[in-house]
Write a protein that binds this ligand. Structure first.
Ligand code: HEM
Length: 425
């Protein structure tokens, strides 16, 4: 098997697809995702019950509308400036403090990405007390772990993964969630009684849920929603950062003339889009027809039938991406109207990723957020990040996610400082 770091593996199909009709054409996947006649088709997993990705119709529209305030361009710019960039600056300064001038630093890119992203995720979810590496690591220990339905294991092991997940969630609920909830309840009560102004409320998922709580308030649902946000925002982007860095390293080795573009935001953005196209963070999404539907290719889906939408295959559909569909090419020209460079990596239709702009920012060169994936990718390039020739990366073969368990890199924090000085000059 080819084990080059920038390998584009054939997309894998998880076990939960067995027996379902699969769709792998780009336009048909897009059509199903956008159609109001299809809704969530996942099995009823207790940890997802009632959360944003699994609800549909008016309930979904209303919750999504409320949560959209967390993802305005101004909010995203503030997360990037106040949290992410500070962490990148701190990392670079700490590296310089830990080695002699001119020396390089070895690090695991999987860990770096996860730690940089955790504080932003906690802020958006509304979890307090995550303000340094230790608390971020603790949060991740409690909320990150193997995901049973995407693990390549037998049923017994799957049960064990679920039990472990439940046990860790219980600790998270006591240690992080309960104090964050209590604080928000107090603040919302203070606003209701006129003791505080509405502007003093934090803007995060948990506050929105507490503030909008009706008589049917469900603390367990709030806990699940917060956990969905943490899971949806941290590993997705961290996983993509590793693939992006691997692709860039291989690209520059083959195209040295492009090295001068390694700190060009437009180039790194194009590379990030191409990375997301080839390595979608979700291998499959299941959708269920609420009525009989005839799709545009003439096929008929019966009422209640579930379809498996294969993102990996759809994002390499030759009808859309041509004969070079399996190849990483930051200069790819996707000439189909309405097909973004990253294809369906963020899904489409009403459940399109709510955090897309946070990850990818805006392509406007004159302003706006860069997007956390692009910002981290660029900063790593400014530090000359490259795979460590003395430590092989470890691809995680135990899951259906396309991800590395470890990805050792070398970074040059002195080069980063020089690039920063140039930028300032
Ligand atoms: C590279 C980064 C990311 C990728 C590729 C990605 C991908 C996706 C995909 C494919 C979906 C659709 C899932 C479905 O329909 O069930 C989704 C939904 C979602 N994503 Fe992301 N995501 C990323 C980052 C984020 C971030 C940073 C956040 C939050 C801060 C986030 C929060 C969510 C939420 C809450 C949903 C559910 C939306 C809904 O159902 O209305 N994601 N994401």
């Amino acid at each position: 098997m080819n084990d080059a770091i920038d390998e584009v593996r054939p997309p894998e199909v998880p076990d939960n697809v067995a027996g379902l009709r699969t769709i792998d054409s780009y336009h048909l996947v897009s059509e199903v995702l956008r159609s109001p006649r299809f809704g969530n088709g996942r099995p009823d997993l207790p940890r997802m019950r009632g959360t944003l990705p699994v609800i549909d119709g008016d309930e979904h529209r209303e919750r999504r509308r409320r949560q959209a305030v967390l993802f305005t361009p101004a909010a995203i710019e503030a997360y990037e400036r106040d949290i992410l960039r500070r962490q990148l600056d701190r990392f670079s300064a700490e590296c310089r403090g830990s080695v002699a001038r001119g020396d390089i630093v070895a690090a695991d890119l999987v860990e770096l990405g996860l730690s940089w992203l955790t504080q932003v995720a906690a802020r958006i979810a509304g979890i307090d007390g995550v303000h340094d590496d230790a608390s971020a690591a603790r949060l991740r220990d409690l909320t990150e772990g193997r995901v049973a339905e995407y693990a390549k294991v037998d049923d017994d092991e799957r049960r064990r993964i679920d039990e472990d997940d439940i046990a860790r969630r219980a600790v998270f609920a006591t240690e992080f969630f309960a104090p964050s909830l209590a604080r928000r309840r107090q603040m919302v009560a203070d606003v209701a009684s006129g003791r505080a102004s509405p502007d003093s409320l934090p803007r995060d998922v948990l506050t929105l849920l507490v503030d909008g709580a009706g008589p049917a308030w469900d603390e367990e649902l709030a806990l699940r929603e917060v956990l969905v946000y943490l899971a949806g925002s941290i590993r997705t982007t961290a996983r993509s950062l590793v693939h992006l860095t691997a692709h860039l390293a291989a690209w520059f080795a083959d195209h040295p003339a492009d090295l001068e573009r390694r700190t060009d935001p437009a180039f790194v953005r194009a590379a990030a889009e191409e990375t997301l196209r080839l390595h979608p963070v979700l291998p499959v999404l299941l959708r269920k027809a609420s009525e009989r539907v005839e799709l545009s290719d003439g096929s008929v889906v019966a009422e209640g039938e579930r379809l498996a939408l294969l993102f990996g295959a759809a994002n390499r559909d030759p009808a859309v991406f041509g004969p070079t569909r399996n190849v990483f090419d930051p200069y790819r020209d996707v000439s189909h109207a309405s097909v973004p460079g990253y294809g369906l990596a963020f899904a489409a239709g009403p459940h399109t990723c709510i955090g897309r702009r946070l990850a990818m920012g805006s392509a406007d060169p004159d302003g706006g957020a860069m997007g956390s994936l692009v910002a981290m990718g660029l900063r790593l390039q400014a530090m000359g990040a490259r795979p460590d020739p003395d430590a092989a990366p470890v691809y995680d073969e135990s899951t259906f996610y396309d991800e590395y368990a470890r990805f050792p890199v070398l970074v040059d924090p002195w080069q980063d400082a020089a690039v920063a000085m140039e930028g300032a000059g």
